[in-house]
Design a binder for this molecule. Sequence first.
Ligand code: N2P
Length: 362
Amino acid sequence: MRKMTAIAVLLASTPLAAGAQDRVLNIYNWSDYIAEDTIEKFEEEFDATVNYDVYDSNEVLEARLFAGNSGFDIVVPTSDFLRRQVDAGIYQELDYDLLPNAENMDADLMEAASVYDADNAHSVIYMWGTTGIGYNTAMVEERLGADAPTDSWALVFDPEIAAQLADCGITMLDAPTEMIPAAMNYLGLDPRSTDQADMEAGAELIESVREHVRYFHSSQYISDLANGDVCVSVGWSGDVFQALYRAEEAENGVEIAYVIPEEGALQWFDLMAIPADAPNPELAHEFINFVMRPEITADITNYVWYANANEASLELVDEEITSDPGIFPTEAASERLWAAQVYDARVDRTINRLWTQVKTGQ
Ligand code: N2P
């Protein structure tokens, strides 16, 4: 008996046992943003335990990161937020020697992302998409007729039109840095403007339709659209497609469409990065490299309906996805897309103050 205890103590203190305990990876990612089996596959192959937590707001992620000691090894901010966070020094540089699969990435898209992180020194693209409109085709037609302006932001920003859709449910993202520029764009202003008067005009427009908006939330709309509980959502491309697909699966008669409005839309990148104080940066690199395998990224895109920047993965992505202009925009549509503006702390405070005003009406 005493001997067995001695062996157990000895085993527990061997480097091997300690190493296994250390193979814990803390990931903080967007909700509805990974394939069902990605984490399980990684855990098995890499003998690791993953704590996987989710958010649906860049502001929430940023607050956790800026508070320090977040304990996260991998986070996935959107490009413009990443830039401010890189400038604040909260990420570590990636060691590309540990990321041989980076060669699978699309050079043009990585270059576009380098505007937010010079030389992609701290981040690689996870997925990308657009912020457009998802709608229930039948409900909208019922209320607005066959020539409803379904390819326009008028659907949500024109008070007369929004009033007619209010009963079936309009929702907007709780994302000030995406909603206010979309409203500015609809008004004919530059969506990338940081001029206070322009931002105020955008906020005022949203306030003018606020009474017709059922809620501001950035993930609830997926199931609500799928179930026919709301009819028009300003949403993220892949999330609307997930709603469309869920409705199809449920055979509940709900038909959803996603549109990049003719006036234009935001195109964003979400990127994987490792906080400077990450407990396990080595394992974090292993995870990033794992995700950059063509088949792993393809699995994710096939499950979440978001475009990725992994060129080598595309031949493994369902044709239904690669050929959908809502997911991979046509060249003509791409010309109408704008890239996220980076706000400094002052502009960021302005936009957040305006947003509180929009949501609470004061
Ligand atoms: C996934 C949302 C990711 C898009 N649900 C936000 N950039």
